[in-house]
Design a protein around this ligand. Structure first.
Ligand code: UDP
Ligand code: MG
Length: 323
């Protein structure tokens, strides 16, 4: 099979007939063998009944339904598990992405040998309240992930080589960072293609402003997990030891300073000043805090190390080839 089109959808009943006919039309024109995998993310507007009706007349539709709403990432992950095509295309159900882009994306994967090609909505049809934060979001993600050639990480329209989607796991709200997940999994040929973008035709957006806060927190965790999940001690341990040592050296300094002033400065005119209590100087409290924090960080690292040692995928690696 050439192509699997994976479509996550949540309450998109009005768009579905148009979307599926359009995809099938493009596929037929290009003589692709394909499947359309619709994942109904717990819709309650009759989307599922609509899918049932459409599937009667369209043998290429395969569909799964969640009993409740889990989110776009969960829907994508489920769709990915079912996909059988050599190239997997993801697409939003709301007709903001155009199925006409499919052949172009397909060729970027098969001919130009890309692992992942992300759509770039160069000319967007979304409100300003969304486009401005998105610019910032993309900039931060570019910087943190080191994928400098993508302008639009969160574009719903993307194409993947089959091995990519079979080897990454999209969970939580990580659908915004699939290129980053792919990169962590060792797929480095990541490209971009300008795609057309339309205003939402029916219904309304499913993500509010919270997307930006959650999105940023997810970026932090993805970065952290990607880098340190398999070696938490290297992260917590190193700052812990650093903090502990800073505190320890300060304490040694405070004590020797005290001893020194006691032994040699008795006759000094400012002896009163020299004799102030150790607890009267700010450094004492800084040192105390540094030692306690350092020790706790170290313990956190140690406990995380024990936890990750119990993880079932502790020895799961991305294997490219074996002979
Ligand atoms: N979606 C989903 N589950 C959710 C929220 C959204 O499957 O919990 C789907 C939605 O139906 C659409 C796609 O994800 O097909 C993108 O959502 P939306 O168009 O609301 O996002 P936006 O275009 O505003 O970024
Ligand atoms: Mg949309």
């Amino acid at each position: 099979m050439d192509i699997s089109v994976v479509v996550p959808l949540y309450n998109e009943v009005e768009s579905l007939p148009e979307l599926t006919t359009w995809i099938s039309k493009v596929m037929a024109e290009n003589r692709f063998t394909y499947e359309i995998i619709l994942v109904d993310d717990g819709s309650n507007d009759g989307s599922w009944e609509m899918i049932g009706k459409l599937a009667e007349n369209n043998p290429f539709i395969k569909a799964t339904r969640f009993r409740r709403n889990y989110g776009k990432s969960a829907a994508l992950n489920t769709g990915f598990a079912k996909a059988e095509g050599n190239v997997v295309i993801t697409m939003d159900a709301d007709l903001q992405d155009s199925p006409e882009e499919i052949p172009g994306l397909y060729r970027r994967i098969t001919e130009d040998k890309y692992d992942l090609v992300s759509g770039w909505k160069a000319k967007r049809h979304d409100p300003l309240s969304k486009t401005i934060p998105t610019k910032l979001f993309n900039k931060v993600t570019r910087g943190m992930s080191g994928i400098h050639n993508l302008h639009d990480f969160n574009c719903g329209l993307k194409a993947y080589r089959k091995t990519v989607i079979k080897n990454i796991e999209v969970y939580g709200e990580m659908h915004r960072y699939i290129p980053v997940l792919a990169k962590w999994a060792g797929f480095t040929k990541i490209g971009e293609q300008v795609v057309e973008h339309f205003p939402r035709k029916y219904g309304k957006t499913k993500f509010g402003m919270s997307r930006f806060i959650n999105g940023f927190l997810d970026l932090l965790s993805i970065f952290f997990v990607g880098k340190f999940a398999k070696r938490p001690m290297h992260f917590f341990g190193s700052i812990g030891v650093l903090s502990f040592l800073t505190g320890f050296v300060s304490i040694v300094w405070i004590i020797s300073d005290k001893l020194y002033t006691i032994s040699y400065n008795n006759t000094h005119p400012h002896a009163q000043q020299a004799y102030r209590d150790a607890t009267e100087q700010p450094l004492f409290y800084i040192a105390l805090a540094a030692i306690i924090i350092g020790f706790q960080l170290f313990l956190t690292g140690f406990v995380s190390e024990l936890v990750s040692r119990n993880g079932t995928d502790r020895n799961k690696y991305q294997i490219d080839e074996t002979i």
